[in-house]
Design a protein around this ligand. Structure first.
Ligand code: GP9
Ligand code: MN
Length: 421
């Protein structure tokens, strides 16, 4: 009931971080494109296989003057995988510890980004080369306030253009451009890539990049598959330029979750050149985050953060203050940004301390911290935050709260029936 929400509101107000005036509103009025980079982990950025960069285009963006690159951002997903990352990105709430919010809580009230931006005149759409019912997206996207959902029905789905769950990234982006051009601006859109998905095996004709040589097929194919994704993103950026959309669009790209699980630690230790301890495995949960804003003097940012922090960061760039939203992220570009990153299981990383399986480590050295109480304060905060987020999600508390100036949406207003475009 509403007393539950008061406590959460108080916590939220106490933890709100003011936007950085240097960046607030720098992308005001621009279109927004999110790209979910399937299974992309940060270790691949600037990694060289046989002297060859695996992701040369993304690497160049880390040095691009208009691109913020965050190298210490971690995924916070659980069993809902891609859909958990989507949930974090658009609600700044934690996913569920078991099962997927997208499947279990799609009837809830949310104040998601597409709905928020509707109040600022934005049209929203998702592009994804798989069928709309996967992860219950066709139901959940109504609760998030998405106007359109271009799913597999809008793509050719030709045999040679599909792999695993659906469209390969290059034909996916190619076929998306004409659909994107039909949208009224400003738009808020999300592109969910697919090719770089476990088990990462490529069709021969799609790659001339070398495979790894660890002898572990999953890890070895990851290089080829990530390289293919990199090329697909470059192609998409070029097509945005050709479509005249590049100069008035902010592009946010994020790795959705790990691609290589702990089952492959032996091969991964060859890749990174050191043993994959539980501590090291936690550090490997970094996922790349890029925010390209035309005309802005951007920086490489090394603050620690999680996927939960992307929404306030992005909304502040658009010039929309987030202080009235019940959310748990904080603006990565704010000087007060809070750098303790919660994992869904209650462990955390921060610049100084990392907790894995309830053991406390020094983040800079990886050494066990003898005095285990050092981590206790952070662990307590992480626990509180996860509990509050769970309360919102499990008890559907946002139905009792309306942020200032926010116009509630009605999920029944949306349906994703194939239209002729
Ligand atoms: C499926 C795609 C992949 O549509 O989003 O899902 P994942 O297995 O990564 O959660
Ligand atoms: Mn995924």
């Amino acid at each position: 009931d509403s007393s539950d929400i008061t406590e959460i509101e108080n916590y939220r107000n106490a933890n709100y971080n003011e936007p950085n005036p240097k960046y607030f509103g720098k992308a005001k009025g621009m279109n927004v494109i999110y790209i979910s980079l399937e299974s992309l982990q940060s270790f691949i950025i600037d990694y060289k296989l046989d002297g060859q960069e695996v992701t040369p285009f993304l690497n160049s963006l880390t040095r691009d003057p208009n691109t913020f690159y965050f190298k210490n951002v971690f995924h916070q997903t659980s069993q809902g995988k891609t859909s958990d990352a989507e949930f974090l990105m658009e609600n700044s709430l934690y996913p569920m510890s078991q099962g997927a919010v997208f499947i279990n809580k799609a009837q809830n009230t949310f104040h998601a980004t597409p709905a928020i931006l509707k109040g600022y005149g934005y049209n929203s759409a998702v592009f994804h080369g798989n069928y709309k019912t996967f992860w219950n997206r066709n139901v959940m996207y109504k609760a998030l306030g998405y106007d359109r959902f271009f799913d597999a029905e809008y793509y050719t789905m030709k045999e040679e253009d599909t792999k695993n769950y659906g469209m390969k990234d290059k034909p996916f982006f190619k076929e998306s451009i004409p659909l994107l051009k039909t949208l009224k601006q400003p738009f808020y859109t999300k592109f969910i890539t697919l090719s770089n998905h476990f088990p990462f095996e490529m069709d021969e004709e799609d790659t001339d990049f070398p495979a790894g040589t660890t002898g572990n097929d999953v890890v070895d194919h990851y290089f080829q598959s990530a390289n293919y994704m990199d090329q697909a993103i470059e192609q998409f950026f070029n097509d945005l330029k050709a479509a005249g959309l590049y100069d008035n669009t902010m592009v946010v790209m994020y790795g959705d979750h790990y691609g290589i699980s702990e089952n492959h630690n032996a091969a991964m230790s060859q890749v990174v050149g050191e043993e994959i301890t539980p501590f090291k495995n936690a550090q490997l949960q970094r996922v790349p985050l890029f925010i390209h804003v035309p005309g802005v003097k951007a920086v490489q940012d090394d603050s620690f953060g999680g996927q939960i922090d992307v929404r306030p960061t992005m909304l502040h760039l658009l010039g929309i203050d987030t202080k009235d939203f019940l959310e748990f992220g904080s603006d990565l570009l704010s000087p007060q940004h809070h750098q303790v990153v919660s994992f869904r299981n209650g462990d955390f990383v921060s610049p100084k301390l990392t907790q894995v399986n309830e053991k406390c480590y020094d983040t800079t050295t990886g050494e066990l911290v003898e005095d285990g109480t050092m981590c206790a304060e952070n662990a307590e905060r992480v626990k509180t935050e996860l509990q509050m987020s769970d309360e919102i999600v499990l008890k559907d508390l946002l139905r009792f709260y309306t942020p200032n100036g926010y116009k509630p949406i009605n999920p029944n207003d949306y349906e994703y029936i194939k239209e002729d475009v």
